[in-house]
Design a protein around this ligand. Sequence first.
Ligand code: MG
Length: 348
Amino acid sequence: MARLVGLLNTEYMRLRFQYLRYRLAFRTAVRTAHGLWTDREGLLVRLTDEAGRVGLGEAACLPWFGTERVESALAAAGKLGEWVESECLADVPLNLVCLRNALAAAQGAWASPLEGQKDYLSVAALLPAGRAVLQAIRPKAEAGFRVFKWKVGVGDLADELGLFDDLCAALPAGAKLRLDANGAWDRRKAERWLERCAERPVEFVEQPVAADARGADDLLRGLAEDWPTAIALDESLTSGADLERWIGEGWRGVWVIKTSLLSDVAGSLAQLQKAQAKVVFSSALETAVGAKAALHWAMAWPGEPRALGFGVWPLFQDARCDGPYAAPFIRSMDVARIDTEAVWNAIH
Ligand code: MG
């Protein structure tokens, strides 16, 4: 985990700094609590050292997930100038978490791979919300997926609980289901679901209640204590400060971590490791540039391996910006092969 930290302490280096704003249409609009999301916006950064080595990073801004807006990252990138020093991160304000992440990743791209990389990790298949799930499960199971993620809290409670029974009956032997409510439930609905989950092969229920609901933290802790199914935090973890708070409180459930949205990935992961956290590494719907860095971290995580939340590709209308297509496994070799320069050229 020391790779980026080590690099940032290297001696003075003069680097050419370039950046590029991107706006990429999704193949299919993504439904979020904030409405339909049609385009992914962000910034790619590119550092070249005097030896001609190039490193790329991505600021995959998601303002409703606690990061800066792309305009703020862009303005700060403009101020850095064409030539920067290797310590340029010191000039980037702390609240610009995605820009800081991008610069650290661009510098880290020169380093040798993180130690202890796993050869491969399994990937959770994304299932569509609502009744469409029953058609979608079979081809995914036949493709070899054994961990499935289903969005819930979208339709009527009784209808969804009925679909849940049908879905469980259709799961292949030994498969596990992740339910993601994206904060859509109140306590009563969450309890109805958790009661139903108790005897089912549910790995965890993700963000049953909204992170900004009144008393949300207490409610999440209560649900985790009262029911046997694990609870995962996702929207409750929108910053390094959130992470520290939940670590301090000794959260024993699951942590959904989008490393692309963390300012100091190495530092945050070291804290989680110390807390023996159950971590699920997850996509922030970034391009292959950000995904490469995120998957590197996931492959190097020393804790118990869990299926990756990266079953998202093909994602963009411009397929040149996609990561490796959704397969039941991603190998370290596939991650190493991701050609970040090709994404830069596609956007240029
Ligand atoms: Mg989620």
